[in-house]
Design a protein around this ligand. Sequence first.
Ligand SMILES: *[C@@H]1O[C@H](CO)[C@@H](O)[C@H](O)[C@H]1NC(C)=O
Ligand SMILES: *[C@@H]1O[C@H](CO)[C@@H](O)[C@H](O)[C@H]1NC(C)=O
Ligand SMILES: *[C@@H]1O[C@H](CO)[C@@H](O)[C@H](O)[C@H]1NC(C)=O
Ligand SMILES: *[C@@H]1O[C@H](CO)[C@@H](O)[C@H](O)[C@H]1NC(C)=O
Ligand SMILES: *[C@@H]1O[C@H](CO)[C@@H](O)[C@H](O)[C@H]1NC(C)=O
Ligand SMILES: *[C@@H]1O[C@H](CO)[C@@H](O)[C@H](O)[C@H]1NC(C)=O
Ligand SMILES: *[C@@H]1O[C@H](CO)[C@@H](O)[C@H](O)[C@H]1NC(C)=O
Ligand SMILES: *[C@@H]1O[C@H](CO)[C@@H](O)[C@H](O)[C@H]1NC(C)=O
Ligand SMILES: *[C@@H]1O[C@H](CO)[C@@H](O)[C@H](O)[C@H]1NC(C)=O
Ligand SMILES: *[C@@H]1O[C@H](CO)[C@@H](O)[C@H](O)[C@H]1NC(C)=O
Length: 555
Amino acid sequence: MSQSTPFLQSLLSLLLLLLCTNYALCDPLVNFQVAQPPPFILDSESLQCTTTIIQRTFGSSIGDPEIVKYTPPTGCSTPDVWAGITLNFTVTSNGTQLPRFAFFTFQNVEIWRSSTSIPNESGADGIVWTYVKDVTRFIPLFSQPGTFILQLDNVVQTGLDGEFAVTLEATIFSGSSRFPPAQRADLIIPLTTLANNTGDEASVPPGFSLEVTLPRNAVTAFAELQASANGDDMFWYSNPPNQFLSYFPDGIISEGPFREVRVLVDGQVAGVAFPYAFLSTGTSPAAWRPIAPYGALDMPTYHLDLTPFIPILTNGQPHNITLDVASAESDHHINENWYLSGLLQVNLDSSTLPTTGNITLYQAEDYALSTVTGSNDSDINIIVNASRSIHIEAEIIAGSGEQTKVVFTQNLEYGNVQNYPQHDPNPQQVFQIASGETLSTHNGETALQDTFTYPLLMDSAMPGTGALWSQIDQSYDRELHPAPFIMGTTIVEHQVAAGTVNTIEIDNFGSNGTSSNTFNYIDTEGNTYTRQVNASGSAITFDNQGGTLAPKAAS
Ligand SMILES: *[C@@H]1O[C@H](CO)[C@@H](O)[C@H](O)[C@H]1NC(C)=O
Ligand SMILES: *[C@@H]1O[C@H](CO)[C@@H](O)[C@H](O)[C@H]1NC(C)=O
Ligand SMILES: *[C@@H]1O[C@H](CO)[C@@H](O)[C@H](O)[C@H]1NC(C)=O
Ligand SMILES: *[C@@H]1O[C@H](CO)[C@@H](O)[C@H](O)[C@H]1NC(C)=O
Ligand SMILES: *[C@@H]1O[C@H](CO)[C@@H](O)[C@H](O)[C@H]1NC(C)=O
Ligand SMILES: *[C@@H]1O[C@H](CO)[C@@H](O)[C@H](O)[C@H]1NC(C)=O
Ligand SMILES: *[C@@H]1O[C@H](CO)[C@@H](O)[C@H](O)[C@H]1NC(C)=O
Ligand SMILES: *[C@@H]1O[C@H](CO)[C@@H](O)[C@H](O)[C@H]1NC(C)=O
Ligand SMILES: *[C@@H]1O[C@H](CO)[C@@H](O)[C@H](O)[C@H]1NC(C)=O
Ligand SMILES: *[C@@H]1O[C@H](CO)[C@@H](O)[C@H](O)[C@H]1NC(C)=O
């Protein structure tokens, strides 16, 4: 085979580009987020039933979510033997568009939050992506008929012509000898707006509160929270503290870089989350072609054990549960807005008699402790630190007489360092790290554990007029056991991605980004998965998958 000359090569690619643009002859760019495949999808023994839940093209769709009725599939197996459920979200898009949130609400519970990858403006070849998510912990919801709502607020107008063509399929896997029927909660209670005509996420500030009544024989309650920043708080991790605003030109977004998501029961702090900084494919677009930021297609959620509050929550009365986001500013204000929602996975006692007990120790401040320092002697340098220490203990006495001592602790740390040249609001360097451990034990046995480290380093520079280069170095290291009946996972993920945007023609972001990813996964069932994948100029340059969950051809 003869070598083609560079001249021929560029002529060929030019021809290909013209063909792709004019006749849609090319395959779309396949975008993806690095993630483990759900464990049971490789189980050939398991009976599988796939149903299409949603098929819809989202053009201008503000105030027009997709609302469908769901009934559990018949002729598959009965819910009591279900081993797992996956959702397959497959989307195509052409033209130009911004990233958008996708909120999946089922039975008034938010079960998945995703965002859309931005399409490829070079024409009809477009972009496609698939994300397959394990939603096994929501079997109690999928066992009942109910309403499924997909809110994907898209705007189509001059200059923004991208629509999102969506297919959402659910696959139910029946238990096999290898994958027994999944353990599950007795009921799932939404901590959402309960809206039936749109997604059920709450926009804060102000804090969102809901009156919740638990069955009187509830014995455990594990909370899961969704939290993502939007609008003026989108880049919260790069906001300077208010006390240093005089270092910057007027109009810079403030309220500092620290955010904590709080859960309150009747006004008392029950637990908090130091959130992972979600990046969308709109943050330096070329960097995310074709590998989306970790978490962009499946946003991490936060887990707390509210079991210490069971003696209060089971008195038969409604209780006020509040979700909010606080900063380290003196008034704890944040910018508009964050989208929050939550749910409680609740287990009941075998007896119908009411649960009783007492909170025996309560140590939790209303807000995190924080320190802020800064100087503008030569460059501007700002450091914000925060920490949290929560310790709550309770004695729970079930109607059946079973006694449980519950100990819930959180020890969380946060640091943020910002460096700017003087008089320049463009963040030149932001380093943030949140880390810590949430632990709860029931009679000494671990019931919930979340040990995490989320470092983020963002560098930017202007290599020439109208060009803004950014590099993002972000990790997600987390050992998570959400509840005794939900599979635990350990993920060590590291992504370094860089790209240049044309700041004059914002949508002309080119394709010369680079990305490198290393991903390691292991779960409490012994499944493993590793992936090392690099990309350059919108193409994969290296891809190696391994472990028991790797697709056969790839391992
Ligand atoms: C658009 O997609 C095509 C096909 O994958 C690719 O050749 C081209 O580089 C992409 N353009 C951008 C700007 O990503
Ligand atoms: C996901 O759904 C898409 C569209 O229906 C389909 O082409 C694809 O094969 C599915 N992927 C998996 C892993 O089920
Ligand atoms: C993308 O373009 C192709 C070819 O014109 C078309 O068939 C497809 O429906 C488009 N998809 C979207 C989401 O616009
Ligand atoms: C939505 O429907 C549920 C079930 O019918 C109902 O309990 C709830 O109050 C409704 N939500 C609103 C906001 O009306
Ligand atoms: C440094 O900040 C102070 C306010 O704290 C301001 O008065 C001063 O002008 C700033 N110096 C420079 C060089 O920007
Ligand atoms: C619920 O608690 C929040 C936080 O303490 C408080 O702001 C709100 O007023 C309370 N709502 C009700 C109805 O008591
Ligand atoms: C525990 O709570 C019960 C009510 O559930 C109450 O009667 C009792 O005094 C409490 N005991 C202690 C030690 O606080
Ligand atoms: C504050 O956070 C930074 C960045 O993580 C760290 O280097 C520094 O040691 C922290 N300072 C304190 C007092 O904890
Ligand atoms: C690629 O990025 C560099 C900056 O790193 C920029 O100077 C160059 O113009 C870009 N090339 C293309 C084809 O976009
Ligand atoms: C992937 O990219 C990283 C960062 O550029 C590099 O260090 C590593 O060697 C690359 N891996 C492979 C297998 O090319």
